[in-house]
Design a protein around this ligand. Structure first.
Ligand code: SF4
Length: 584
């Protein structure tokens, strides 16, 4: 283990060369999110477009990856095709543990391959393999073939790949990680597509060095495991999982239905967590190194008419996909929701972005803002068949309309009209119509994600309009997340990995200096990330919140436009200060 620096593999797809370099800076960047920002500052170009061959695509893990439970995520950093600004996307699966077992802290990929390629990375290997025959293939089929092509490690192999959406440079294209996890939002898949990179196989073919003095390490590990058990995570996330949120949000009048034309539906129970678990849950899976196992794999049985045989389709479901291709599209049958999740995943599209985009297209069609000349099929809330077809059009950029929609709902709305009812908060909304604070938080959040802060949760408990308290919450909640994203932990474990516990974990592995400076490091990393966002074009004043959000009625009553505007202004000003702060 390198306590002071990082072991980075740099790959140039244009020249076909790869090198391993030692990079100093552990004392400032920690790993994960902090490491990505540092590497992008050193190797990226704030003033060149996202698809410039010299722009890096970075995957990084943290110092605790592989050593402690739930330290199971990888941070992917890139300049986003969605807004051409610096961003991150996180995923688990086996990606993090495979990187750790390859002896790497990060992979930095630059250049553009001459032909569609598969990059294979291991502790003693790096190969760029011609994979033109995989181009055009969906992620399930290509995953199956790549597993045979790279059949040489045991247990720690991770396969990241893109589908047609990434190949077609859709800003909603994700990178599929080991079938059931995704680097989902803001178009990481298109960055791979622009580099002619169909897939990356990380072999994880080395061993994990344990600390010399194992006693303290074992003691802290035990405490962490007990905390995970006590936290209720093993029940809450394992049993029903995040779909349990659906009924609560519906009762709070905060569940977006039919392009956010409503926040409550009498029949929500039909797509509740229980409905999925009772009839469609096949098994639970876990990211490597996680004892919780929150990944719910559902199944549906399909009869294929040509040969009269039955096939099982499997797909991972969670609250967010159920909202995006369920309530948002007026879907009330779990089978329909699962079919849509499966198809969207297969195409390599981010499910949240795709569902919300198609919800806007449906309303735009209903209002005659667009016609079936644009949508090709007659989109209609609740009609799964038209959406299954539309998902494919969206991924493949079938016509000008779908190509524009694939660049973002607002991009299409600017061309065709209907901006007022585009459910976009920086990017397509996440499934929380809780009110002013969440709308502000997602619009201006670093990743435009519900995971940037827990605003959605805060707002379910706080009905008061206290601007100062709300902004304090957003600012203070982001800091520990910067640390967790640098370690890199699953954010479900945020109550387990308190600052004190992180200090113990780091010290037990010999990172005493990091353990001593966590507050300063969190501020430094947060400032570095925001600096890059602003340098690549982010300006809070240019982010507008569409009128639809001002019409929402949640459990707190109607949205207060004045409060929403004041929150947005105040938070934007604070973010500017952070980006300008001298954190070094
Ligand atoms: S809780 Fe779920 S998402 Fe988090 S690491 Fe475990 S399996 Fe992965």
């Amino acid at each position: 283990m390198d306590r002071e620096g990082f072991r980075i593999m740099e790959v140039n797809l244009t020249s076909g060369k790869a090198t391993i370099v030692r990079v100093k800076g552990r004392d400032k960047a920690i790993g994960g999110s902090g490491l990505c920002a540092m590497l992008f500052e050193q190797r990226g170009f704030t003033n060149r477009p996202w698809d410039h061959a010299d722009q890096p695509l970075i995957f990084a893990i943290g110092p605790l990856t592989g050593y402690f439970p739930l330290m199971s995520k990888t941070v992917c950093a890139f300049k986003s095709p969605y807004h051409d600004q610096y961003t991150e996307s996180h995923a688990g699966g086996r990606s993090a543990i495979s990187l750790r077992f390859s002896g790497l802290d990060a992979i930095v990929i630059k250049g553009r391959a001459k032909r569609p390629s598969l990059l294979v990375v291991g502790s003693r290997t790096v190969e760029i393999i011609d994979a033109h025959f995989l181009w055009g293939m969906d992620v399930i089929r290509s995953g199956r073939i790549i597993r045979h092509m790279v059949d040489r490690s045991h247990g720690h192999r991770s396969i990241l790949r893109i589908g047609p959406a990434g190949e077609n440079l859709s800003a909603m294209a994700c990178i599929n990680a080991d079938t059931y996890r995704h680097f989902g939002r803001l178009g990481a898949g298109a960055v791979m597509g622009s580099k002619n990179l169909k897939a990356i196989a990380i072999l994880g073919d080395s061993s994990l060095p344990l600390p010399k003095d194992q006693k303290p390490y074992r003691a802290v590990w035990k405490k962490v495991f007990q905390d995970v058990q006590k936290s209720g995570m093993m029940h809450k996330y394992h049993n029903l999982g995040t779909p349990a949120n659906l009924m609560r949000l519906n009762e709070l009048k905060s569940l977006p239905w039919r392009n956010l034309q409503a926040t409550f539906d009498e029949e929500a129970e039909r797509i509740s967590g229980e409905a999925f678990a009772n009839d469609h849950l096949l098994r639970n899976l876990a990211c490597s190194g996680c004892p919780v196992g929150c990944i719910h794999v559902g199944f549906i049985r399909e009869k294929f008419m040509e040969d009269h045989r039955y096939y099982y389709l499997q797909m991972a479901y969670d609250y967010e996909p159920i909202f995006a291709v369920g309530s948002m599209l007026g879907m009330k049958e779990p089978v329909s929701v699962l079919k849509l999740i499966e198809k969207t995943d297969r195409m390599g599209l981010d499910v949240i972005s795709a569902g919300v985009a198609l919800a806007w297209a449906t309303e735009a069609l209903e209002r005659a803002v667009i016609s079936t000349k644009e949508t090709i099929c007659k989109l209609s809330f609740g009609d799964v068949h038209c959406y299954l077809e539309a998902v494919e059009h969206l991924a493949k950029g079938k016509n000008n309309f779908y190509r524009l929609l694939g660049q973002g709902t607002m991009t299409a709305a600017e061309e065709y009209g209907g901006q007022d009812f585009a459910c976009v908060l920086g990017q397509e909304m996440a499934g929380y119509a809780t009110g002013e604070l969440f709308f502000t938080a997602q619009s201006l959040g670093f990743r435009h994600s519900h995971l940037d802060t827990a605003a959605y949760s805060y707002e379910q408990k706080h009905g008061e309009k206290d601007l100062e308290k709300a902004i304090d919450f957003l600012l203070s909640d982001e800091l520990p997340r910067c640390l967790l994203n640098s370690m890199v932990a699953c954010l479900f474990s945020r109550k387990v990995y308190t600052k004190e516990r992180l200090k113990e974990c780091l010290s037990s592995l010999g990172y005493e200096e990091l353990a001593e400076n966590l507050d300063d490091l969190a501020r430094h990393i947060r400032a570095s990330r925001w600096r890059l966002r602003f340098q690549t074009g982010f300006d809070p004043e240019n982010v507008s919140i569409p009128r639809r959000f001002f019409k929402v009625r949640s459990w707190k009553g109607p949205v207060d436009p004045d409060y929403l505007n004041r929150l947005k202004k105040a938070y934007g000003e604070e973010l500017k200060k952070i980006a300008l702060s001298k954190s070094d």
